[in-house]
Design a binder for this molecule. Structure first.
Ligand code: MG
Length: 469
């Protein structure tokens, strides 16, 4: 026969505006939930979890039933967050102790998800029974950082497991022997972040009644800073199994899953320690050569936490996430280099096209000639008649021939410009016009001589010119 007596207390603390923690205290089921989420979401998450836990546990009051109740609570919180945009992203921790009967014996079933904790105070000693599902604590278990480093680690508030984050949840379970005189403490992190184990131990050792102990623990955490909501449940085993001093401190039996997780963490910590030792040995042997890889690549051989759950506003960075970000940054950097190369090639190509176009236009312009008139003088120009694009015709031969030295019938054509394919052809054309004018003048002076050319039919082609010239 086991008899429990309990007390509980909760407080918003001195910094937070609302209390998102919640305690549950019945005759056989005790729990603490620490909700998170913006606005009212954290409170809703904690309340939904506690209510579902209590309701579902009643239908199957045994260790598996307690695990099932936490799973049901998870689904309920998850579903509400899924259905309601205002509650999206809410979550909660939960740690619970239930007095149940198994194989004809009373036992205490203990479950945990998140970083709220359950301790056992036995024979003057305080033992933490639960494992925190926080990034910092997982790093401690994996041997990556020390407990002291974890206490101030920037990721210490990032949870790796919480109710409401996914449809399924892994629940840690222990079976604990109820020893008469033992005291259990369930609390949110608002207590343990403010008070160290010695203070808690002293208070549990000296304050007799569990309700007084709960009240004073909360008060002490508040006085120490009260940076978070503080919630405490203290359970005394008033009547239970009796063990004498020679016997064990009572049995605490983790579930298979917890044992496996602990063994895996231990193995990782062992590998980590070996890697450190090897790295130190190598460092002592001399500087690392340029071709050698460092022994501890980031994230190598380290255990990976479950999906991360961060309090609102806190950074979320698992090692996996860090590696993912690094990989993405490398891809972006590669992409940038590619963009730079592409841009460079594009510019070269564009410059080549523009250059080729310029030289084609320039070639077209400088290989064109025409014969025109400037201030009564016949002039040979290089370029297109009237100019081409931004190129203006340039006088290349002033010829010394005036408009009076060419047949009058050609003057309008000359004023408009007569195209030729080269300076030589243009010069031949001008000489031909001079020749015609001389013959016209000679005919005028001596009408017996007939002009070989019909006036008004210009020597329009180079071939003709050459023949005439
Ligand atoms: Mg908290």
């Amino acid at each position: 026969m086991t008899l429990l007596r309990a007390g509980s207390a909760t407080d918003t603390g001195l910094v937070r505006a609302v209390n998102q923690d919640l305690a549950l205290q019945t005759t056989s089921l005790f729990a603490v939930a620490d909700g998170m989420g913006g606005h009212v979401a954290g409170e809703v998450a904690a309340r939904t979890a506690i209510e579902t836990l209590a309701t579902v546990f009643r239908t199957q009051p045994n260790p598996d039933g307690l695990v099932g109740a936490v799973e049901a609570a998870n689904r309920e919180v998850w579903q509400q967050g899924f259905d309601n945009a205002d509650l999206r992203g809410m979550g909660t921790t939960v740690t619970a102790v239930a007095l149940v009967e198994e194989d004809g014996h009373d036992i205490l079933a203990l479950v945990n998800v998140g970083d709220s904790r359950t301790y056992r105070f036995h024979d003057g000693h305080l033992d933490l029974l639960t494992l925190d599902h926080s990034l910092a604590e997982e790093m401690v278990r994996n041997g990556e950082i020390t407990a002291e480093e974890a206490a101030v680690h920037p990721h210490r508030h990032i949870l790796t497991r919480a109710l409401g984050v996914a449809e399924d949840i892994k629940v840690d379970l222990w079976r604990v022997q109820p020893i008469k005189g033992d005291r259990f403490l369930l609390c949110s992190d608002g207590l343990t972040n403010e008070l160290d184990d010695t203070v808690i131990t002293d208070m549990l050792a000296t304050i007799r009644h569990p309700q007084d102990a709960a009240n004073q623990l909360v008060e002490a955490a508040r006085n120490h800073g009260g940076n978070d909501n503080i919630t405490v449940v203290v359970i005394d085993v008033v009547m239970g199994d009796e063990v004498d001093e020679e016997q064990s401190a009572g049995l605490v039996v983790p579930s298979e899953e917890v044992l496996e997780a602990e063994a895996a963490a231990e193995a990782r910590a062992h590998r980590q320690a070996e890697a450190h030792a090897e790295a130190e040995a190598q460092a002592a042997a001399g500087p690392t050569g340029p071709g050698q890889e460092p022994l501890l690549a980031t994230g190598e051989s380290l255990g990976q936490p479950d999906a991360l759950v961060a309090p609102v506003g806190a950074p979320v960075l698992s090692r996996r996430a860090e590696r993912r970000i690094k990989r993405r940054n490398r891809r972006i950097a590669r992409g940038r280099r590619l963009v730079t190369l592409r841009t460079f090639l594009f510019l070269i190509l564009a410059a080549a096209i523009i250059g080729a176009g310029y030289f084609a236009v320039r070639w077209y312009d400088t290989n064109s000639y025409y014969v025109g008139v400037d201030q009564g003088h016949v002039v040979i120009y290089q370029g297109r008649i009237g100019g081409f694009l931004w190129f203006h015709p340039k006088a290349v031969d002033h010829t010394g021939v005036t408009v009076f030295q060419v047949p009058a019938t050609y003057i309008p054509a000359l004023q408009a410009g007569v195209e030729e394919t080269s300076v030589a052809n243009a010069q031949a054309y001008v000489r031909n016009l001079e020749q015609q004018q001389r013959e016209i003048q000679a005919t005028a002076a001596n009408p017996a001589v007939t002009s070989p050319l019909v006036p008004g039919t210009p020597p329009s082609t180079t071939t003709t010119m050459a023949g005439v010239g």
